[in-house]
Design a protein around this ligand. Structure first.
Ligand SMILES: [Zn+2]
Ligand SMILES: [Zn+2]
Length: 446
């Protein structure tokens, strides 16, 4: 029977042998970007790759998601998932964007699909797979970027989704019910190959509609109710609340105006915003979200407009399992030098949010960062220049972690499952998220 180190060497050898093919998959997705819940071409592409690799899978989960299943040959054991995110952002200025939709991979998710597939290529080598227990579950998940709120509200009205993040929706659909632990690697713009640790913000998302009264902006503004002025007063109110946010809560309050009026000669009567409140804990984000709701109502009250604030459940803080982090660090250490690995304190909050946080509330998860990118994330400057760092190294590291977890009768995976401090169950998770979903209306009297 081969040793764990021999199994890892076999997986790494296969990934190296098929490096160009794996990087080719990532680049194909880069060149065909699609935003969340519309990743139909990407989903079909990944489905074809799974089929070619002989990986049985379900497709069209939450519209575009995929879930594979690889039964290992070594008997019963936990089910370990490796995840890649299918979606892009929407940035028309990005050098590689879809001409019609503006979709662009300015967060590097194309590399995640590459590293997920790469790790599978290493793990399905028969001599590797047959010496592991349990199952390996490759998952391609839609819509991590929480954008296009108005479009996703339509999908919700049509009953196609309830939640607007892919992993949230997967939790609701029960896709993760038989998954015991999950991992993925996300690209960053750091010089080092690997970065392990840190946490992320919770968030609540808002769709805000101010309704006023249109009137001739020159001839009869006194007959109008200016919804744009209501929105501006609301934003001033939000800014006045910033001194009340605790630094320790890593609060971010930000948004975009999606409709500011229709014609300059008409008092704006319909003004809409997509807004976001982020904080380091579920409790803080709920409290800070209420302050922001108050400001939107204050703006409407000031000019006699109506407002409707639709609160949409956002993401939860990410809490990586420390044993999984240790395993990842050991394997990363075998793939590169010590000074090429950033160890980030788990209390450090990067300010952003991910639905890997949601998953981390209900099961052991791992979400390291990998290098290879440069420019500013979520902007037109973000590009991957080093696919070895962004795709191949994480594919190898994740394959090796899975081998550690599922070799020796899956002793390590069983231990992690047993010792893990579960923050909530899937049903408690759904209860909390549904408690966030509410619509707050304000209308002047009379
Ligand atoms: Zn992103
Ligand atoms: Zn991302």
């Amino acid at each position: 029977m081969p040793t764990v180190e021999e199994l890892k060497a076999l997986a790494i050898e296969e990934i190296d042998k098929r490096k160009e093919e794996i990087i080719g998959h990532a680049k194909h997705i880069l060149n065909n970007p699609e935003v969340g819940f519309t990743e139909f071409k990407t989903s079909k592409y990944v489905s074809e790759i799974f089929s070619k690799l002989g990986i049985e899978h379900d497709a069209n989960l939450a519209l575009t998601g995929l879930k594979g299943n690889i039964d290992c040959g070594g008997g019963e054991g936990p089910n370990v998932s490796v995840i890649g995110e299918l979606d892009s952002l929407r940035i028309f200025e990005h050098p590689i964007h879809d001409l019609t939709t503006g979709a662009a991979h300015a967060c590097g998710h194309h590399c995640q699909i590459g590293s997920m597939i790469g790790s599978m290529i290493g793990l399905i080598v028969p001599e590797v797979k047959n010496n592991l227990s349990g199952s390996i579950i490759p998952i391609a998940v839609p819509a991590e970027e929480f954008i296009d709120v108005e479009q996703r509200m339509l999908l919700r009205e049509e009953g196609k989704i309830e939640f607007m993040g892919g992993k949230q929706e997967f939790i609701k659909l029960g896709v993760f019910d038989d998954v015991d632990m999950a991992m993925m690697c996300h690209t960053s713009a750091t010089d080092t190959t690997f970065g392990v640790g840190g946490t992320s913000n919770a968030h609540i998302v808002k769709y805000v509609e101010f309704t006023g009264q249109a009137a001739h902006a020159g001839g009869s503004p006194h007959m109008g109710i200016n919804a744009l002025n209501a929105a501006m007063i609301a934003l001033t109110g939000i800014n006045a609340n910033r001194e009340t946010f605790l630094d320790t809560d890593t609060v971010r309050v930000h948004g975009i105006l999606t409709r500011g009026g229709q014609a300059v000669s008409s008092i704006p009567s319909q003004v809409t915003l997509e807004w976001r409140v982020r904080s380091g804990s579920n409790e803080a984000v709920v409290a800070n979200s209420k302050k922001v709701d108050r400001c939107f109502q204050a703006g409407a009250m000031a000019v006699g407009a109506k407002v409707s604030v639709t609160n949409i459940p956002g993401y939860m803080p990410r809490l990586d399992n420390t044993q999984l982090q240790e395993l990842f660090l050991q394997n990363a250490g075998n793939l590169t030098t010590k000074d090429d690995i950033d160890i980030i304190d788990n209390s450090h909050n990067g300010g952003g949010s991910t639905d890997m946080g949601d998953l981390s509330q209900i099961m052991p998860t791992l979400h390291p960062y990998v290098g290879g990118g440069d420019g500013v994330g979520h902007s037109e400057t973000y590009l991957i220049h080093d696919y070895e760092k962004a795709v191949i190294q994480p594919a190898k590291a994740m394959a090796c972690v899975v081998i550690d977890l599922l070799s020796n009768n899956a002793a390590k995976a069983k231990e992690i499952k047993e010792k893990h401090n579960y923050n909530m169950t899937a049903s408690q998770y759904l209860d909390f998220q549904r408690s966030v979903a509410e619509v707050i209306e304000y209308a002047p009297e009379g």
